[in-house]
Design a protein. Structure first.
Length: 50
């Protein structure tokens, strides 16, 4: 049986990347895609999917 790992760090990183993504959507729309992998990756890690 695996021990449950704390996901607080991953939630913080997910919201950090989400903030970057929102700023990029407002300021530099063409660079929105650069923040998308970080947001999705840390969201999946926070939900303990990967």
């Amino acid at each position: 049986m695996e021990a449950k790992q704390s996901t607080g760090k991953y939630w913080a990183l997910c919201f950090f990347w989400l903030a970057i993504m929102i700023v990029l959507l407002v300021v530099y729309r063409q660079f929105f895609w650069l923040a998308l992998p970080g947001t999705v990756t840390y969201f999946a890690k926070a939900l303990d999917l990967i």
